[in-house]
Design a protein around this ligand. Structure first.
Ligand SMILES: Nc1nc2c(ncn2[C@@H]2O[C@H](COP(=O)(O)OP(=O)(O)OP(=O)(O)O)[C@@H](O)[C@H]2O)c(=O)[nH]1
Ligand SMILES: [Mg+2]
Ligand SMILES: [Zn+2]
Length: 334
């Protein structure tokens, strides 16, 4: 038994729960999870069938494990989360999907062997910032595409001036890893988000210094990945720190992210204070201060389009949510 295994896995001290054993989820499968406890790794039932109120466990969650006489070890509850990285559940319009819980840093990983559409970066930024933690962009494959590294760094800087951008090359020799490794520290949880084939698993392996995760070749021609990673795995780095690898996501649906949207489009939000109507959607309204920025050539019209469509997406979510709540409360009163 390790003296402070859970400390290495990010437990910040403080009172432990009275009941059961404390653990952190390192992987979630259907109905079961891998949990690390003081005694090492355990396979446990997530038990969401039996206790309907249980928060569905996610990778990174701190949980209480109890031993059931019949079922063996199972999660009895999920401790309160400090934060989550969430998106809209791709299979349903009004359900939040927690990707990872209790993180300290989000890395948006992008492979330089493909273009970076601004809209995709903006979505990832909204999702990353919505967790409340710092976001850093990591550009991979700089060994193969040194020119793209310069160009894409400039694109990111233009869209998000206060975001740190790092470029790494993990080909024959490893370059640029130092600054990424410097973002890690004992007990600190870093989650990697990005498209399939971006190099997330490769980056985790490079930082860990071992082939702990499977990586996959990219299809020739369109630089698309093959969805090699299928689960969200929390990995301990021997030098300290935790990395959460995730399956590639292409179109990330934003969830309840007003504030981080305002951050990505801060300049536009500021200008909208001068629109004639408080609820201006910057479309055909008269005296729209945001559209006048576009007309004056100070803001790219495509950027305004992307901002408007993300705002519309959030507004639609809100409406559907209100509808749903209304329906379910009606159901209860019947
Ligand atoms: N030359 C070079 N190849 C890289 C670099 N990063 C990743 N690759 C290659 O890109 C391919 C995809 O990398 P993965 O790490 O599997 O990508 P991923 O983001 O984990 O993809 P999914 O698991 O499908 O989401 C692999 O063949 C890697 O060897 C890099 O910096 N340089
Ligand atoms: Mg992977
Ligand atoms: Zn307006």
């Amino acid at each position: 038994m390790d003296t402070d295994l859970l400390g290495a896995y990010g437990w910040r001290g403080g009172a432990r729960p009275d009941e059961g054993r404390l653990g952190r989820i390192v992987r979630v499968d259907r109905g079961e999870c891998d949990v690390v406890t003081d005694d090492g790794h355990l396979r446990v039932l997530s038990d969401s069938q039996r206790s309907q109120d249980l928060v569905a466990p996610a990778t990174g969650d701190w949980v209480v494990v109890v031993d059931d006489a019949e079922l063996g070890p199972l999660i009895s509850r999920v401790l309160e989360r400090t934060n989550t990285v969430s998106r809209r559940d791709p299979s349903e319009a009004v359900v939040e999907q927690v990707l990872v819980a209790n993180v300290d840093l989000v890395l948006i990983v992008h492979g330089l062997d493909r273009p970076l559409p601004p809209g995709r970066l903006e979505r990832f930024l909204v999702v990353g910032w919505d967790s409340g933690v710092e976001v850093v962009v990591v550009l991979t494959k700089a060994d193969r595409e040194p020119d793209a590294a310069v160009e894409v760094t400039a694109t990111v800087r233009a869209l998000a001036p206060d975001v740190n951008v790092l470029a790494v090359g993990m080909g024959q020799d490893q370059s640029g890893l130092g600054p990424v490794a410097a973002l890690m520290a004992p007990g600190r949880t870093v989650v990697l988000l990005g498209e399939s084939g971006a190099g997330k698993s490769t980056l985790v392996n490079s930082l860990v210094g071992d082939e702990v995760l499977t990586t996959g070749a990219v299809r020739l021609g369109d630089a698309k990945g093959r969805h090699t990673t299928v689960s969200r795995d929390l990995v301990l780095r021997p030098e300290g720190g935790l990395l959460v690898d995730t399956p590639g996501i292409r179109a990330v649906g934003i969830w309840d992210a007003e504030e981080s949207l305002a951050r990505v489009f801060g300049d536009l939000e500021e200008r909208s204070a001068d629109c004639r109507f408080a609820d201006c959607v910057h479309d055909t309204e008269p005296d729209c201060a945001v559209r006048s920025e576009v007309e004056a050539g100070r803001v790219d019209h495509r950027r305004l389009d992307r901002y408007r469509s993300l705002r519309a997406e959030l507004a639609e979510q809100r409406e559907r949510e209100v509808d749903r709540n209304r329906r379910s409360s009606r159901g209860r009163h019947r």
